[in-house]
Write a protein that binds this ligand. Structure first.
Ligand code: BES
Ligand code: ZN
Length: 614
């Protein structure tokens, strides 16, 4: 049997590769569809190829042709999570290395999981419709037929006809006015990328320059706020360049999406997508932008070869994100974020269970598991901790930082596995630092780190200097839970806290027994928690209240989880609400009532979280 290159793709990756895709699209907001054709430039990798198998998911296929000649094709029965294989028969090609072009005419359908269409009422301006895509991990196939595997890197170009401005994960080359109230937007992505980085959005979008290579795009109503909040963008890119290699992608633009965007950020090349919940008014959430910028190297240049090695994207990116934080704000800041990450890791391990295969750094996806079902902090934070541990063991930043750069130089434009990474780091340490350092590296039990479930095998001992004040305050509240006298607490306790310190204080309390309602009410009164609109603080505050079944908070929770759809906030809150006193029905009813608000990916996962069959 052929080697399995990617267990999450049905394409014949061992026989052919796609080098380039050209998309000829028309966006129909009325019909909620993208239609037209795609032309795939394909090359054979072996002799005697007589078919091309593409990934598709809920596409309406109309015709496939080669040099204008129609071809026979079949669409296999749908695999639950991987979609339907489209097998195109081609006249047998004798020689490996032969190039040809396939054209597929098709349109998306209303079952498309990768694109959300918003009614005007769901946007800030309320006048125009909107659409945006989210292809990672395996949703590109619901937008276009392709070899939907990160092992296959390709360039792309696109001509997109639309009545509203269009942006893509590429550089805009020209705009043609069609004279019928539509324009055609022409794009080029000249650096090779995996299919999951193909991205598109359209709506009433305006751009505002925020740096020498950066524009922030959003609806006009929020552009001032967005431009202010993301002011540090160029400093992050420049710091990434000083740590690694020159920025490859030409532009680094940001798109601030409507509130249903299911992630904090998505590193679409040339155009990071971010949630509007980052607009905290105090720049406290811009670490997400630093994270997406770090993907410009880790993930977008050096790419996981399939979703089992996803940690190579995210663990490395978190590591670089925190290096950027350390360069700009000091090592204590890196330690502080690592502490927050460790807590997120602990929560993920507790949620799945410490023996769960989903908690393994390099999970086994061979049974066709949906990568969305395994999404968690584990690849991020276990991955980060592995790299952090290696850095310590091999001699600290002076040894590790030059290595990070060598890693990017070695693997730029490639798709790699954990084994490729391991072989290179061993070789690098031996060649550049000799036997002694190699032996130190070899003292690490990589098998345990990579293949065992649960928490990492080594305690990182992060420096708690920024966290101590938060921990102390949490301990004081925890210990006062039974006392009648709460007069020792005052607004002064948190006066000097940054937003992040408030988050860590609240996170610490989630590890304690639920607080009595009387105590929660006092905390709310003194620290004015309930009016806080910063989404990260609000999330943790409402979590503590719901975990204590403090019913007074429920209306605010319902508002929070129906006004924004970022999974980091809505999934846990739905779960806690579902498990809280008088919360189960409220959770289910709230979801059913607002189902259309959520992005299809989020809707599917929330439904599973609260035991609703989709
Ligand atoms: N690439 C991810 C988002 C993603 C991962 C989407 C897997 C679909 C499948 C992005 O870079 C990310 O990690 N976003 C985080 C923010 C970050 C600061 C940890 C998020 O959305 O919370
Ligand atoms: Zn990421």
């Amino acid at each position: 049997m052929a080697r399995v290159i990617d267990p999450s793709s049905l394409a014949n990756l061992d026989e052919v590769r796609t080098n380039h895709i050209h998309m000829n699209w028309t966006i129909s907001f009325d019909q909620k569809k993208i239609g037209g054709n795609v032309v795939l430039d394909i090359v054979t990798l072996v002799d005697n190829v007589d078919k091309v198998v593409l990934d598709t998911s809920y596409l309406d296929l109309q015709a496939v042709s080669l040099n204008g000649e129609p071809l026979q094709y079949t669409v296999a029965e749908r695999h639950l999570s991987l979609g339907s294989a489209l097998t195109v028969s081609i006249p047998t090609i004798a020689k490996a290395g032969t190039e040809f072009q396939l054209k597929v005419e098709y349109s998306t359908t209303d079952k498309c999981t990768g694109v959300q269409y918003l009614e005007p009422e769901q946007t800030v301006g309320k006048k125009h419709p909107y659409l945006f895509s989210q292809c990672q991990a395996i949703h590109a196939r619901s937008m276009l037929p392709c070899m939907d595997s990160p092992s296959n890197k390709l360039t792309y170009s696109a001509a997109v006809k639309s009545a509203l401005p269009v942006v893509m994960s590429a550089l805009l080359s020209s705009v043609d006015d069609n004279g019928d109230n539509t324009k055609t937007y022409n794009f080029k992505q000249a650096t090779t990328i995996p299919s999951y980085l193909i991205a598109v959005a359209a709506g009433n979008l305006v751009g505002r320059e925020i740096g020498p290579r950066s524009t922030v795009w959003c609806e006009p109503e929020v552009v001032d706020q967005a431009a202010w909040e993301f002011d540090d963008t160029e400093r992050f890119i420049a710091t990434g360049e000083s740590l690694l290699t020159p920025y490859e992608w030409g532009r680094y633009d940001l798109l601030v999406l409507p509130p249903s965007f299911p992630y904090g950020g998505m590193e679409n090349p040339c155009l990071t997508f971010v949630t509007p919940t980052l607009l905290a008014g105090d720049k406290s959430a811009v670490d997400v932008v630093a994270h997406e910028i770090a993907h410009s190297w880790m993930g977008n240049l050096v790419t996981t070869s399939n979703w089992e090695h996803f940690w190579l994207n995210e663990g490395w990116t978190v590591f670089i994100e925190r290096k950027i934080a350390a360069r700009l704000h000091g090592e204590a800041e890196r330690q502080f974020s690592s502490i927050i990450g460790w807590k997120a890791l602990k929560e993920s391990v507790e949620l799945f269970g410490e023996d769960s295969p989903a908690t393994v750094l390099k999970p086994d996806l061979s049974s066709g598991i949906d990568p969305d079902d395994y999404f968690s902090s584990i690849p991020y934070e276990k991955g980060f901790n592995l790299l952090y541990h290696i850095e310590k063991v091999v001699g600290g930043p002076t040894v590790f930082e030059p290595y990070m750069k060598a890693h990017v130089e070695r693997f730029a434009s490639k798709s790699i596995t954990t084994e490729d990474w391991l072989a290179h780091i061993h070789e690098y340490m031996e060649v550049n630092h000799g036997q002694e350092t190699l032996q130190k590296l070899k003292s690490i039990d990589f098998d345990l780190w990579i293949n065992s479930p649960g928490m990492p095998p080594v305690d990182p001992n992060f420096d708690t200097s920024l966290a101590d004040a938060c921990y102390n305050l949490a301990t004081r509240w925890d210990q006062a839970r039974d006392s009648d006298d709460l007069s020792a607490f005052s607004p002064k306790d948190v006066e000097s806290f940054t937003s992040t310190q408030k988050i860590v204080f609240l996170e610490r309390l989630t590890d304690c027994e639920p607080l009595p309602h009387r105590v929660l009410a006092k905390m709310d009164e003194l620290y004015e928690m309930s009016p806080i609109r910063n989404a990260d603080i609000r999330f943790r505050w409402e979590q503590i209240c719901v975990m204590a079944s403090y019913e007074k908070i429920y209306p605010s929770v319902v508002e929070f989880i129906t006004k924004q759809g970022r999974m980091k906030f809505v999934r846990p809150l739905y779960r806690y609400l579902y498990n809280a006193k008088n919360g189960a029905t409220l959770a289910q009813e709230t979801f059913l009532k607002h189902k259309n608000f959520y992005h299809p990916i989020a809707a599917q996962l929330i439904a599973k979280d609260i035991n609703l069959k989709q």
